[in-house]
Design a protein around this ligand. Structure first.
Ligand code: GDP
Length: 459
């Protein structure tokens, strides 16, 4: 573990009430003490909070409060000083420079949390959750990250690893000493446990889809022929004039993406050029993008114009939506322009499409709240709203869970094929290794460095 002392601005670089400069390492207290005018910080042996001034070159830079946290009871596990100054970017930078001038090194992104990991204060999954909570954009995402920081996922992984290790040890021991340790009856005992573990890993890996929706938002693609009101609906949902709305067909040339924060989660809205056959090159690109986006969407809006007949273009979009590639997607039909004389009927569309139909007017803001409520129920029902459910939000964790499950499936197959027990242990240990990478027990230095390099400055 490196013992040099590091410093960084830990708060945002925008004018705000308080700014924090964090210093961690063996020399942290000495360094800050040498530029601090107030009490002698070196006398603090545990934790303390000190009022005073930061001085450099004989001049007062700012009035501050310094928090001293002695090792091991600090975030990094090392001696830590946090200087709370006034939250001006210029003054924070001046104080950081004064700290660095005492011989302290600037911290790399994520280096404080990396030190917390290396000193055993946090495991890797917990450290990753620290970053997730900083990035959390809504209530649910924050709740999941907070649970992961407190070690819920890590505990589950450790339990599974321990089970695997116990079984491997039992097999190995009896192979080493078959006379004294028999494996009679082991298989009957082991098989259901193995199946149970495979199931557990599978459902944890599957929970990533929900986790992704919670952290990244419900990816929603708006489809419809030109001029049905896609941009207008998007603006209505967002409550602001974001996408450009014009009178002419085919103005939404490219893909526009916007985030809409709803109660508990967010909607990532993608407006695309209308899907219809065209020879115009720019439009064509838009259409291709629309199809590509639709395949990755969690939710699709099919917008039709109620003041017009359901046309051939609408039929084409409907057949695209009903196609094999999109068959598992959630689709909602938005029958727009209800403020005008009606030519297409909602009931007709409901029967024709088989999807739920909402009659709305983007112009008069009719039916917009109903759409939001419906989406909320559609995605919040089931596991997502249930806080007791363990949900993973990290694709790295998902891959490792799947990898571990695969290895255990090989064990199962070896058993079913009547292979001798020594065949099992290699795959059992491979699963054990994969799971250890989640919590960091078996993660190599490169992986650790890569993970922390994605962190933000001062964390
Ligand atoms: P897009 O091409 O599907 O994105 O459609 P736009 O949002 O650009 O809308 C096309 C035209 O329809 C514009 O003139 C809008 O003002 C108009 N429009 C959109 N929604 C409504 C609505 O609910 N009622 C009425 N009367 N006009 C609308």
């Amino acid at each position: 573990m490196s013992s040099d002392t590091i410093a960084a601005i830990a708060s945002g670089l925008t004018p705000s009430g308080i700014g924090i400069i964090r210093v961690s390492g063996q020399e942290a207290v000495l360094s800050v003490n040498s530029i601090f005018e107030g009490k002698d910080l070196r006398e603090e042996k545990h934790r303390g909070l000190f009022y005073g001034h930061i001085k450099a070159d004989g001049n007062v830079i700012d009035e501050v409060i310094v928090l001293v946290m002695r090792s091991p009871k600090s975030y990094t596990g090392e001696d830590v000083c946090e200087i709370q100054c006034h939250g001006g970017p210029f003054v924070m930078q001046k104080i950081l420079k004064a700290v660095l001038d005492t011989g302290v090194r600037p911290a790399e992104p994520g280096e404080f949390t990396k030190r917390a990991f290396l000193s055993g204060r946090l495991d890797l999954a917990q450290a990753e959750a620290v970053m997730d909570i900083i990035r959390a954009e809504n209530e649910k995402a924050a709740v999941i990250s907070a649970k992961q920081i407190s070690g819920d996922l890590s505990e589950e992984i450790r339990f599974i690893r321990k089970t695997i290790l116990n079984d491997t040890a039992r097999i190995e021991a009896s192979l080493d000493d078959p006379e004294h340790l028999s494996l009679d009856g082991f298989q009957e005992d082991f098989f259901p446990r193995l199946e149970d573990t495979i199931k557990k890993l599978g459902s944890l890996a599957d929970s990533f889809e929900e986790g992704r929706i919670l952290t990244e938002g419900i990816k929603t693609v708006i489809l419809g022929k030109p001029n049905v009101g896609k941009s207008s609906i998007m603006n209505r949902l967002l409550g602001e004039e974001r996408a450009i709305v014009t009178e002419y067909a085919g103005t939404t040339r490219d893909v526009i993406e916007e985030n809409l924060r709803m109660s508990g989660f967010s909607l990532k809205l993608v407006d695309t050029a209308g899907i219809h056959d065209t020879d115009e090159p720019v439009e064509k690109i838009g259409i291709e993008k629309a199809s590509a986006q639709a395949k990755e969407a969690d939710l699709l809006f099919f917008v039709a114009d109620s003041s017009d007949d359901f046309s051939e273009e609408d039929e084409e979009i409907l057949s695209f939506l009903s196609g094999e590639e999109l068959k598992d997607k959630k689709v909602i039909v938005l029958l727009n322009k209800s403020d005008l004389v009606q030519r297409t009927d909602a009931e007709f569309l409901r029967i024709k499409t088989g999807f739920p139909v909402f009659v709305i007017s983007a112009k008069e803001a009719q039916g917009i709240e109903e759409i939001k409520k419906y989406i909320s129920e559609l995605f919040m029902s089931g596991k997502i709203g249930d806080d007791s459910q363990m949900i993973i939000t990290n694709v790295r964790h998902q891959q490792l869970l799947k990898e571990a499950a695969e290895h255990l499936k090989y064990v199962k197959k070896s058993m079913e094929d009547g292979m001798p027990e020594d065949f099992y242990t290699i795959d059992l240990m491979a699963a054990y290794e994969a799971l250890g990478k989640i919590t960091g027990e078996t993660a190599g230095e490169d992986l650790v460095n890569e993970i922390f390099s994605k962190f933000c400055m001062g964390k």
